[in-house]
Design a protein around this ligand. Structure first.
Ligand SMILES: [Zn+2]
Length: 433
């Protein structure tokens, strides 16, 4: 079902007309209210009136995570604090957190876009949504929550953690939609199994997974293990939160970006040059309806490509390919670029192994080493050591063949890699640089 049929099926000319009108208003607003943007325009010898077409957007410099940090906490806000009704912040694992704000209208817009997203992912009024995204400063939990209510679904605000209780709730409350990170969802399935409960006996139909990059092979695993249709959702707090883009369950082939609210671009991350449709590079977003925290040409660090071809679901909004990694998650091993999700794809071609893995990077005698720890099934682990060694060698040679990087594969016992209740920790980098 298409939640907002008027806006989600607009012809291309109408989308670009709306984008240009909203972009101009946004630029005039930030120029007048946010000193950071006024300076940016001045340094580029521009005023908002110089932006007369969508192509002119390319004249404006980028906004980076560092700019947000430099303006910590409220320097990027475009309205007085009296108009801000909600504040969220990123986890700040590196450097100070980024703080974002919302007016009442922003919260409403976000709820509308999340209602569109949940609907594209298979949810309807009357569905029961088990929302295991974390509630708190992280935008995941509350983002899904408001969208679910707007859609008219019943939402269970279970949040992350307390996994055994979650399983009991799943069994007793009969939720039909699961919203969670993909790694936590697989952990839920494991714990359920230990408690003697199969997802096949639960009522779930659809799962809407995001907040970490995941692969096409992970989709197969999730659909099989959880007995659902799995779709990918995308968002980031700097741009809004979850609900910037979503895969439709009909095509499951790229995420529709809500273009009446955001303008996406793909750039070459080295040169900043804008790339044509279909080419892979870094995703850049401009928000065109936000009041409290508008953002202009924000470099997301996420790597993807844009595809304008029509979709079988009827939505006309452009699709982005699932994010293959973040340019700052990218590992450089002996000069070769590797994303954890690429390793995941190779590992999951083998059915004897479990979708739990961790990459350990180190530097020994000035040489980078990559060890891939991956869990195998109970039965295999208790088998002969010889079989394990053969499988390790095979996976190692597959990684070399597909990705061009040498890795030592170490098969480990089931459940020996620490589980996370939010985003999975996929990489441990011990290099001292
Ligand atoms: Zn579609």
């Amino acid at each position: 079902m298409i939640y907002n049929i008027d806006f989600e099926t607009l012809p291309r000319e109408a989308i670009t007309a709306i984008q240009l009108k909203r972009l101009k208003a946004t630029l005039e607003n930030v120029y007048a209210t946010v000193p950071f943007y006024k300076d940016m325009f001045r340094k580029a010898r521009l005023t908002p009136h110089d932006i007369r077409s969508l192509d002119d957007l390319q004249k404006i410099p980028f906004t980076t995570k560092q700019d947000l940090r430099d303006n910590y906490p409220y320097g990027m806000f475009a309205v007085p604090m009296a108009n801000v009704v909600r504040i969220h912040a990123s986890s700040g694992t590196t450097g100070s957190p980024t703080v974002v704000g919302y007016t009442a209208r922003d919260i409403n817009t976000w709820a509308e876009l999340m209602a569109r997203a949940l609907s594209a992912g298979g949810a309807h009024r009357g569905d029961i949504i088990h929302n295991a995204y974390g509630y708190g400063l992280f935008t995941g939990g509350l983002g899904v929550h408001y969208g679910a209510e707007k859609l008219g679904a019943s939402v269970i605000p279970v949040s992350g953690g307390n996994t055994k209780r979650q399983i009991v709730i799943m069994k007793d409350f009969g939720p039909t939609i699961l919203t969670a990170t993909p790694s936590y969802s697989l952990h839920l399935a494991e714990v359920a199994k230990d408690m003697g409960i199969s997802f096949k006996d639960l009522k779930f139909k659809f799962g809407i997974f995001g907040a970490e990059p995941w692969s096409e092979s992970m989709r197969d695993e999730l659909e099989e293990t959880l007995n659902i249709t799995a779709v990918d959702i995308y968002g980031l707090s700097e741009v809004m939160g979850p609900g910037v883009a979503i895969e439709c369950h009909e095509a499951k082939n790229g995420l529709h970006i809500f273009e009446d609210h955001f303008i996406p671009e793909i750039i070459n991350p080295e040169t900043g040059e804008v790339l044509p449709y279909g080419e892979t590079g870094e995703l850049v977003f401009t928000s065109i309806t936000k009041e409290a925290f508008p953002i202009i040409r924000y470099r997301t660090r996420d790597i993807t490509s844009l595809h304008p071809e029509p979709c079988i679901c009827g939505r006309t909004h452009i699709r982005m390919k699932r994010v293959s990694g973040r340019s700052d998650d990218m590992l450089i091993i002996r000069g070769v670029n590797v994303f954890p999700s690429q390793i995941e794809s190779v590992l999951m071609k083998t059915d004897k192994i479990e979708p739990h893995y961790q990459l350990v990077v180190d530097r020994v005698d000035n040489l980078d080493t990559l060890t891939v720890k991956v869990e195998v099934s109970e039965s295999l682990f208790s088998d002969e050591i010889k079989l394990l060694q053969t499988l390790e060698a095979k996976l190692s040679s597959d990684i070399k063949e597909y990705l061009g990087v040498s890795a030592k594969v170490k098969l480990v016992e089931p459940k020996s890699i620490a589980r996370s209740e939010g985003k999975a920790v996929r990489v441990i980098d011990n290099r001292k640089i």
